[in-house]
Design a protein around this ligand. Sequence first.
Ligand code: C2O
Ligand code: CU
Length: 523
Amino acid sequence: MPEFTVNRRSLLLAGLGAAGAGLLAACSDSPAPPLVDPSGSPVARAEAARGGTGRERPVTVTATADTVDLGGGTTARTWTFGALPGTPVRTTAGDTLVATLNNHLPDPTSLHWHGLALRNDMDGVPPVTMRPVAPGGSFTYRFVTDRPGTYWFHPHVGVQLDRGLYAPLIVEDPREPLGYDEEWVVVLDDWLDGVTGTPDQAFAELRKGMGGGGSGGHDMGGHSMPGNGNGNGNGSDNVKGGGAGSFMLMGATSALLGGDAGDVRHPHHLVNGRIAADPEVYRSAPGRRVRLRIVNAGADTAYRLALGGHRLTVTHTDGFPVRHEEVDALLVGMGERYDVLVTLQDGVFPLTALAEGKDAAGRALVRTGAGEAPAAAFRPAELNGRILAATDLRAAEEAGLPKRTPDRIHRIELTGGMAKYDWALNGRPFDMADPAARPFLVGGGERVRLEFVNRTDMWHPMHLHGHTFQVGDDGPRKDTVIVLPGRTVVCEFEADNPGQWMTHCHNAYHGEAGMMGLLAYRA
Ligand code: C2O
Ligand code: CU
């Protein structure tokens, strides 16, 4: 059986650029046990066991430098997959996705298929599961998509996620149990790239910590609201000032998030790539039943989402069915997805994504009849109605895990803070140059319990690759779960997908600073 014992430091540093350097923690002091290799035979066996239809679904994804039109005359230089958001990729459960990534960017990149229990060597995490795809290079991902649901994909290199590099991945159910007339994919995103600078510049400022940001001007009042007309043309001035304290956000607070809501000043909040002043308009007819597939592709923002004049019936989170709940608004952390059903009324309605704790919002409009659209700053009353977060949900019967005593418990403390920007797991910032130094070990077939213990003053959306855990005793099956400050979230999963998998905070900046770990199967 192949073993993963080489030191991959040299391979890595080639691809990672500046972001990974400088965080080098203590080197591994004890020899790591042999781990399942991402391209080893247990991985191939797990893939074979997925079976599938054998039908191939070929797609090409080209990552490229691009100018995007965010609406209202606002444009931004950024990196995309050819559109913002990227065109949704659709497969039917059981099909094999054959996705060729062409890298036309100046930096190495990859594709990570967020939420899928896929074969480990297709997970897209350089240097753990693959080499980064070099500029000018390409790589073909090939794996069975065996679980229906709402997923998405993005690079797993540095803070590229905070560019425009994201797209939905919808795995359709050939025996879809829900009844609805149409479907609307809704992608939420906080935006700075090409407006106030680049995500790399933002990260460089943030990692200096709170003392390093320069002038004290980054209070709430200092950032531009979407739609007030300053979005166009001021990008290049701000880019020059990018190192001087323009990125850190102070004073964003939210009761729903238990305090500090976010670290990073994003001048725009987008729904399907548009600012609130010039939104996407979804046209339909009264009485139509629509399935919304909602993805938060943001880097640092939880969204409180509501559709004015409507209640939402929540049917899924992170691709898995839940017991249906009627709500007015949903709290969606970075990386989380929700599917909801809604029966449309007659008129024009705002789908408002409040940037939780940040006094700003993105929106789209639903139009089923005549009428004036509400003003961009209008906030539907539903935002303050019954607000639901994932921990309020229960798994649908078929989605719950059978009760089983855990074979292994990993207590994972979320640590660090803004002062030193030393976000980490168990007090140790992750070292992408030596990823297997301190793995959370699991054995194939085990029931594993993860206890995410938040020791920080901030909330974190914690994500696990390659598996979906069940939250609590009868909570939803998820791959990304919000852990509030001072709280512990316990979740369990079946170790049925051998390989080496990241677990990390889906705040792009926290993850890059070191709030990441490797969960690895023993060979
Ligand atoms: Cu959305 Cu590690 O990923
Ligand atoms: Cu975090």
